[in-house]
Design a protein around this ligand. Structure first.
Ligand code: ADP
Ligand code: MG
Length: 269
């Protein structure tokens, strides 16, 4: 079981979109995936087609030790499991203050399901708080979605600093898995300028696959669907499938895409 934390303390950069669509595309490629909604906004839960206020058990109770991951997980229509969240989770940070090993709550909870999944994807909140520290402590690596805009790199230095501290004190194995450029607009010269800068800093951690700005990706959550279910032939869906294949390829798992889907990739390129 490999655990990815999807993190960037900036809001609106595409974390939830990447987390939901990665979970769905991993499932599409036959991987057993668990998506953890670590944001009290519950967007990953809703975007997966689960009613965040209708679920009896959420990640909140798991973090506080009230029940197990197995009791709280819900199967999403996209054939991956979700550990749901809602507003309740906002209280967890304060309630965890008096708990021993509070940085390790998520790691300990996930230890009970190592046999159940190939991949766990954690959708982090837009903050470097105790919830995010729990994700970084539990994770093998971090996927950083980012938009190619002027202050993007500056914003990353806080995240990189937090990663360094977590690596030194809580989780020596944590590393950066991927920087993924989201809402990518190839017509903007700023996009190329920032892209070059990111590559200079992070080298081959910057994935070749970019996620384009695509209206279907933005529409899909309001239908409670990952984009590959909402509109499988859209540029957004094709890009997310390519992203999952690149990620799996880097883990040594080669996916032979069907002829039709491969045609789509060619058409976009
Ligand atoms: P975060 O979780 O980092 O706050 P979201 O994934 O919620 O970011 O994305 C912010 C907004 O942008 C959402 O409304 C989402 O639907 C939209 N969005 C995300 N990725 C794309 C994309 N590639 N193209 C168009 N809209 C996108
Ligand atoms: Mg989000």
């Amino acid at each position: 079981m490999k655990i990815f934390a999807v993190a960037n303390q900036k809001g609106g950069v595409g974390k939830t979109s990447v987390a939901v669509n990665l979970s769905a595309t991993l499932a599409h490629y036959g991987q057993r995936a668990l998506l953890i909604d670590l944001d009290p906004q519950g967007n990953a839960t809703t975007g997966s087609g689960i009613d965040k206020n209708g679920v009896a058990k959420t990640l909140y109770g798991v973090l506080l030790g009230e029940y197990s991951v197995v009791e709280a997980r819900v199967r999403a229509p996209g054939r991956y499991d979700v550990l749901p969240a809602n507003r309740e989770l906002a209280g967890a940070e304060i309630e965890m203050i008096n708990i021993d090993h509070r940085e390790f709550r998520l790691k300990e909870a996930l230890a009970t399901v190592v046999e159940d999944y190939d991949f766990v994807v954690i959708d982090c909140p837009p903050a470097l708080n105790m919830l995010t520290v729990n994700a970084l402590t539990a994770a093998d690596s971090v996927i950083i979605p980012m938009q190619c805009e002027y202050y993007a790199l500056e914003g990353l230095s806080d995240l990189v600093g937090t990663l360094r501290k977590v690596k030194a004190n809580l989780n020596p194995k944590i590393e950066i898995e991927a920087l993924v450029r989201t809402m990518y607009d190839p017509r903007s010269s700023l996009t190329h300028q920032v892209s070059d800068e990111i590559k200079n800093h992070f080298g081959n951690k910057v994935f070749d696959t970019v996620i384009p700005r695509n209206i279907r990706i933005a529409e899909a959550p309001s239908y409670g669907k990952p984009v590959i279910l909402y509109d499988p032939t859209s540029k957004g869906a094709v890009a997310h499938m390519a992203f999952a294949r690149e990620l799996l390829g880097r883990q040594g798992i080669e996916i032979k895409e069907s002829v039709n889907a491969e045609d789509n990739v060619e058409a976009v390129a």
